[in-house]
Design a protein around this ligand. Sequence first.
Ligand code: 57M
Length: 358
Amino acid sequence: MLYHLLYPLHESIGVFNVFKYITFRTFGATLTAMVLCLLLGSRYIRWLKEKQIGQSIRELGPQSHMSKKGTPTMGGGLILGCITLSTVLWADLRNHYVWVALFVMVGTGLIGWVDDYRKVVQKNSKGLSARQKLIWQTVVALAAAIFMYWMRDTPPVLKFPFFKDLALDLGIFFIPFAVLVIVGTSNAVNLTDGLDGLAVGPTITTALTFAVLAYSAGNFVIAEYLQIPFVSGAGELAIFLASTGAACLGFLWFNAYPAEVFMGDVGALALGGALGVSAVITKNEFLLVICGGVFVVEALSVMLQVASFKLTGKRIFKMAPIHHHFELKGWPEPKVIVRFWIVSIMLALATLATLKLR
Ligand code: 57M
């Protein structure tokens, strides 16, 4: 909005010319999202407590979690609000990628909100069934994928890290592939959100890394130099992704151990959807597997655990997702969390390194 209001005035007020630059607006969006979250966090938590929106804890989980009963949840509403406000304030609103990303984030966030509301407010422990969640996530992802396929101005190719000349033209199969990436990432972040700040950390590193990738993909000179696909207009996504990372950083102030608030499915599903759709838009789906490696390992641990138990009656891990396995091995919760953050930072650096290793 600021871009549309102030840039046109740059001929009479020269300083407003700065609004032309994505880098400047990304910086502004980063500050806005983080400061908003920090300023509103305490008030939002107080409101959740007044509404008695507190987390119930399942008996089955690690006993250390019993003390978390009643912790305010649905903190994701604050995260999504800060991301959306900051993006609308600083991005070029004529850019359809920005609206696709916001649509997927808010759409998957609404699914999570219904699940949280049924569980926490209506005290219906089931919430939305896994099947219902999957159906609605697929509907949101399919709408975005079909729109992106129809609006595409670049071929629907799948790029591979390290192999700069290798590209697979997906054709119409871009649509189911995009749905798989978006829904898969949404659920992987959701599964990861099981310890204080555990999902927020990798979301911050992944969102900020993808902000760099989006800016690079949208800049012809940089894309040409790095030999990555040029995606005209993808640069504006850097504003959305930087807002995502910054809002999560602000939320982490309250979600850090011992957490004063959980993000809820409204946050976890939405943040995963946001990362998934951003990877599809910037044609970096495989880089998301590397950068979001913690999410991948968490999801894989569940799949392997369930498959092993069904096939052999034995568990591979003490408990899945894998963060519970380390908890049951005796690692204190903060140690599990910070070690997963360290791995995420290393994976983010490795992701950026692949841009040159090709
Ligand atoms: C999402 N939700 C947390 C919180 C957060 C198929 C199976 C693997 C499904 C999985 C599951 O139910 N996942 C749901 C994980 C929950 O967090 C809430 O949910 C939101 C995110 N969706 O924002 O509102 C609990 O996580 C803890 N938590 C924190 N700090 C945070 O900042 O401590 C969350 C955020 C919270 C709190 O205790 O209540 C969750 O874990 O449910 N199921 C599981 O993950 C369960 N694993 C399991 O059953 N494993 C089996 C099979 C099925 C693989 C096995 O290993 O044999 C574990 N989770 C729980 N209890 N809570 C173990 C049992």
